[in-house]
Design a protein around this ligand. Structure first.
Ligand SMILES: [Mg+2]
Length: 197
């Protein structure tokens, strides 16, 4: 099988880190369970300058390397690779966060998982042709049998892969999301995802 795995809040606990950052930077106390929106500006009710500051702080190499692994992620992914599946980590992180993101995977036992930065949310101003960067159109030329995603904004992208079953990683910001197809199943953690496959 060809397997698509999102990075943030699937392999690592990004939102939990942003909750800490919002408290440190702005004194905002929002419990993780109340992060209702994938858009963090909306979730933390920030003005544009605060949002920019938060995103900058959240994407420094030191911060990216400090994210905690989501329990069971590396073990599950390595099992799939051992079984001969083609696993791709497909992140919507900015292209310039590739190196620390790659390093994080290497340090967490995921050296064998290729990483691609896809401009999932139209955040890049222009497309650099790195070997690891892709536009959505590039990604749509790929094919996947299985995907793990948490972001409701990315669900529609996965409709481009008709055979693809999607494990939606259960998170507070996707609790009320409508799934665009029957092949989307909510999974609470890596054990459930592994069982679903
Ligand atoms: Mg994500």
């Amino acid at each position: 099988m060809k397997i698509y795995i999102d990075f943030d809040d699937v392999i690592c606990e990004t939102a939990r880190h942003f909750v800490k950052l919002a408290k440190e930077l702005f004194g905002i106390e929002l419990p993780y369970s109340e992060v209702q929106f994938f858009n963090l500006q909306k979730a933390f009710n920030l003005n544009d300058a605060q949002y920019e500051q938060l995103m900058k702080a959240g994407h420094t190499p030191e911060t990216l390397l400090a994210y905690e692994e989501t329990p069971g992620a590396s073990k599950a992914i390595n099992k799939w690779i051992d079984e001969g599946h083609d696993v791709y980590v497909i992140t919507g992180r900015p292209f310039n966060s590739f190196e620390p993101s790659r390093k994080w995977l290497d340090e967490h036992g995921l050296k064998r998982a290729p990483l691609y930065c896809v401009d999932k949310y139209g955040r890049e101003n222009y497309v650099q042709k790195w070997t690891y960067s892709m536009t959505l159109e590039d990604m749509f030329k790929m094919d996947f049998d299985f995907a793990v995603e948490d972001s409701p904004s990315a669900f529609e992208h996965l409709l481009h892969f008709p055979k693809c079953r999607v494990a939606v990683f259960d998170r507070p910001w996707n609790k009320n999301a409508e799934f665009p197809g029957k092949n989307f199943i909510r999974c609470n953690g890596w054990e459930e995802i592994t069982a679903f496959v």
